[in-house]
Design a protein around this ligand. Structure first.
Ligand SMILES: [Zn+2]
Length: 238
């Protein structure tokens, strides 16, 4: 079921792609090919250029998810932890820890490094896209769109990951912050509760504004308990 292929090794960490990734890559390429400017390449006449740029954007999007995970991993290694592997899958990436770091301040640095790297990458990519100074997509000068889309999505991913709810990075930052004042299980419970309140508020807002917001809220709510159960299971054993 969870078959993964190893594609390489960076800073000593094996990089693997999940089989689900092979389904989602063409799907993303298709989405980019069907969206109009500036979020896609639908306006390009030449089919071959349209699909090549769409596929390139999809591949680079996952490469930037990899950079996000590598940022988490780099600081994990620096603070004495170790990473078993980084796996790219359907919904992004996961860096699987072998040896965890526990000091709250170090945890905050490790977790924040991901979204911060996404936002920095996003800003640089947007800057690059404006530097390429687009005349018009019809002129075949459409490489800037690749940078624009990647820049935009990376900034979105960075900010989205800062939402203070599990399974987002923001939830982990919140727990690390809380764990400076209480024990780890209590901090997890509290962070889960705050995440749930956040998800409910988002769902209510989504009901009146955007259906996507509602779906994201449901996803966050559904994942909230999982982290709590995992932590409780692990810590009641001792
Ligand atoms: Zn992250």
């Amino acid at each position: 079921m969870n078959k993964a292929y190893r594609i390489g090794k960076i800073i000593g960490i094996p990089i693997k792609i999940d089989i689900s990734f092979l389904i989602v890559l063409p799907l993303f390429a298709w989405i980019f090919s069907s969206q109009t400017e500036p979020f896609g390449f639908a306006g390009i006449q030449s089919e071959i250029i349209k699909y090549t740029l769409s596929l390139l954007t999809a591949i680079l999007l996952f490469a930037s998810v990899l950079v996000h995970e590598l940022a988490h991993s780099y600081f994990t290694l620096r603070f004495g932890g170790s990473i078993k592997e980084i796996r790219l899958h359907l919904l992004g990436g996961v860096a699987a820890m072998k040896k965890e770091v526990h000091e709250p301040l170090k945890v905050i640095t490790i977790v924040a490094a991901g979204p911060v790297s996404s936002i920095i990458m996003g800003v640089l990519l947007l800057f690059l896209s404006f530097k390429l100074n687009p005349v018009s997509i019809i002129d075949g000068n459409s490489l800037f769109l690749v940078f624009f889309i990647l820049g935009y999505v990376n900034i979105f991913l960075g900010i989205f990951n800062l939402i203070p709810a599990f399974p987002m990075d923001g939830g982990r930052i919140l727990r690390a912050f809380l764990s400076t004042r209480m024990d780890y299980v209590k901090a997890t419970e509290k962070a889960v509760l705050i995440g749930k309140i956040f998800a409910v508020l988002m769902a209510i807002l989504g009901l009146f504004t955007d259906i996507w917001l509602l779906l994201i809220a449901l996803y966050i709510y559904g994942n909230a308990n999982r982290e709590e159960q995992m932590v409780k299971m692990r810590y009641t054993r001792y």
